[in-house]
Design a protein around this ligand. Structure first.
Ligand SMILES: Nc1ncnc2c1ncn2[C@@H]1O[C@H](COP(=O)(O)OP(=O)(O)OP(=O)(O)O)[C@@H](O)[C@H]1O
Length: 288
């Protein structure tokens, strides 16, 4: 599947929620869509899921406009924090309904997920806790195996062990049934290992789209005796500093040259990767 977003803006009254966004997604990978609160993640994802139209610009999925395109939407699944507070149906009936309109739905896999999430089959969904309701949405989202599956902060309300089950299942099922998965989040440090590629939106603008592996080489952590670290990083763009006794660790933004790496080695300094969380904070801070 190929998603193309060209110069897309969305305006609410006279405020832009998205400003001139352009990108392409066309590989069966897990894409992380990162942004702070109000950055525009949900607005962007709801365009892809045909929930709204852009104010300007264009979107195409497999060459077609997704808006009100029922045929195309069979291939796109948007998983969000659905509130089941009025849902009197139980899980069994709900899954049977989903099975009718989701062409790739795998009932056996849904049952497997229900067991892992320990969800009751016969209780009305409105009696489920918040975390259990999220687990229902995630179960439907994963078992639908839509070629484009979008999780918009779908983990909300799940406790840490339940989120871990979600992440494990996501990785396993994505490798067995490759498809485009887009996940929006601000739980960056917890979820970074899931992402093949990362998109960062900040105040309605796309600030970055890059492979995870190459992104984390955009910076480095330098660790060693405080004085040596200080002199090594003094002319560099420093993001964060930690010190324990005389051992200091400084995160820097910017790729190190071979000469710089050798110089660090010669001084006995340890050069490590930077975390996506550090980069995320750096790229989205102080611009409000
Ligand atoms: N229906 C609407 N009417 C007016 N403004 C809106 C509407 N929906 C979203 N916005 C505004 O658009 C901006 C982007 O909102 P959006 O929900 O896309 O952010 P988000 O990145 O998903 O945030 P969060 O992480 O907090 O869920 C915000 O400033 C929000 O207030």
């Amino acid at each position: 599947m190929r998603i193309e977003v060209n110069n897309v803006s969305v305006k609410f009254k006279n405020r832009y929620a998205l400003k001139d966004i352009t990108f392409t997604i066309n590989e069966n990978k897990i894409y992380g869509l990162l942004g702070r609160n109000g950055a525009g993640k949900t607005t962007l994802l709801s365009l892809l899921a045909s929930f709204r139209e852009p104010s300007s610009g264009s979107i195409s999925i497999e060459g077609e406009d997704p808006f009100e395109n029922a045929k195309l939407m069979q291939h796109v699944n948007f998983v969000f924090n659905k509130d089941y507070k009025d849902e009197t149906d139980n899980l069994k009936n709900t899954l049977e309904n989903v099975n009718r309109y989701r062409p790739y739905f795998d009932f056996d896999y849904a049952n497997h997920l229900i067991q892992r999430f320990k969800l009751p089959m016969d209780k009305p969904l409105k009696q489920f806790s918040k975390g259990m309701q999220s687990a229902v949405s995630v179960t439907i989202g994963l078992a639908s195996r839509a070629p484009i599956t979008i999780f918009d902060e779908a983990y909300n309300g799940m406790d840490a062990p339940t989120r871990e089950i979600f992440y494990q299942e996501l990785l396993e099922d994505q490798s067995e049934h490759p498809r485009i998965i887009i996940m929006s989040t601000h739980l960056v440090s917890e979820m970074d290992y899931l992402f093949d590629e990362v998109l960062i939106v900040n105040i309605g603008e796309l600030v970055l789209q890059e492979e995870y592996e190459s992104l984390v080489t955009k910076g480095a952590s330098i660790t060693g005796p405080a004085e040596d670290v200080d002199s090594f990083v003094q002319s560099m763009n420093q993001l964060n500093t930690k010190q324990l006794g005389n051992t200091k660790s400084v995160m820097i933004y910017g790729e190190l040259s071979d000469a710089e790496r050798k110089a660090a080695q010669a001084k006995g300094l340890e050069v490590g990767p930077i975390s996506l969380q550090e980069l995320f904070i750096h790229l989205t801070e102080g611009e409000e």
